[in-house]
Design a protein around this ligand. Structure first.
Ligand code: PEP
Length: 245
């Protein structure tokens, strides 16, 4: 059976308490959607959002976590604290974290292990830069990131993998259907070779997904959903994306 679809929204450093109204609209609009919905708001909104969504169709996740459970790490948040605030998922290895904070594949893997230790699902991001794609290195880069960022304790239940070409994030540009299919097929093959339940891992595509291109992207083999940035901020954009799944 193919994995259940997942529409995940990454609000990045956007949103205030007033933005919680968007989630309420989304819950109303997508009450009958037969897919999983996840919103990863900034840390300040995790707990109030978790309280609003309750047991409804929308899950809440963090955007990053520290590898340790607690300690002297000013400004960081542990996976256990995310869970305590109501998160069931956490994004790790987003390209903005890799670029802005120098996160290596090993650091990303340690964060994913921390998520699993805390009992939450890691959403592990991989993706090539434009220079790497132009140099014909895409599949090698993805293979290396997958091998080194996805820890050995990953299972289909505790891990989601998101393919996010760095050059497609926030740019309005998307790979062709063939390019997405090629990477997703390679990721599936690598996961099946490494994990007994590799066929069940959910593989998300992320990078400039919008209501206008969602259905076309979701029709591609081995695309089990999307990780959406800008278009997840408004229910009027994210709702149609969820419904296209
Ligand atoms: C992202 O940052 O994860 C992302 C996919 O952003 P956008 O949808 O805005 O391209």
């Amino acid at each position: 059976m193919p994995p259940r679809k997942l529409a995940a929204g990454n609000w990045k450093m956007n949103g205030t308490l007033a933005s919680l109204a968007e989630v309420e609209t989304l819950m109303r609009d997508c009450a009958s959607a037969e897919v999983d919905i996840l919103i990863c708001p900034p840390a300040t909104l995790l707990h109030p959002m978790a309280e609003r969504v309750g047991r409804g169709p929308v899950a809440v996740g963090g955007q990053d976590c520290h590898a340790k459970e607690s300690g002297a790490h000013t400004g960081d948040i542990s996976a256990e604290q995310l869970r305590d605030a109501g998160a069931s998922h956490v994004i790790v290895g987003h390209s903005e974290r890799r670029a802005d904070h120098g996160e290596t594949d090993a650091a990303v893997a340690a964060k994913a292990v921390a998520a699993h230790r805390a009992g939450i699902v890691s959403v592990i991001c991989v993706g090539e830069t434009e220079a790497q794609r132009d140099a014909g290195e895409t599949l090698d880069v993805i293979a290396r990131q997958l091998a080194d960022s996805v820890p050995g304790c990953a299972t289909a239940a505790n891990t989601v993998v998101a393919y996010e070409p760095v050059w497609a994030i926030g740019t309005g540009r998307t790979p062709t259907g063939e390019q997405i299919a090629e990477v997703h097929a390679a990721m599936r093959k690598a996961l099946v070779a490494r994990f007994p339940d590799g066929a069940g891992f959910r593989l998300l595509y992320g990078g400039s997904v919008k209501p206008s291109n969602a259905a076309e992207i979701f029709a591609i083999a081995d695309v089990d959903g999307a990780l959406v940035g800008g278009a997840s901020l408004k229910a009027s954009d994210f709702g149609p994306i969820v419904k296209a799944l």
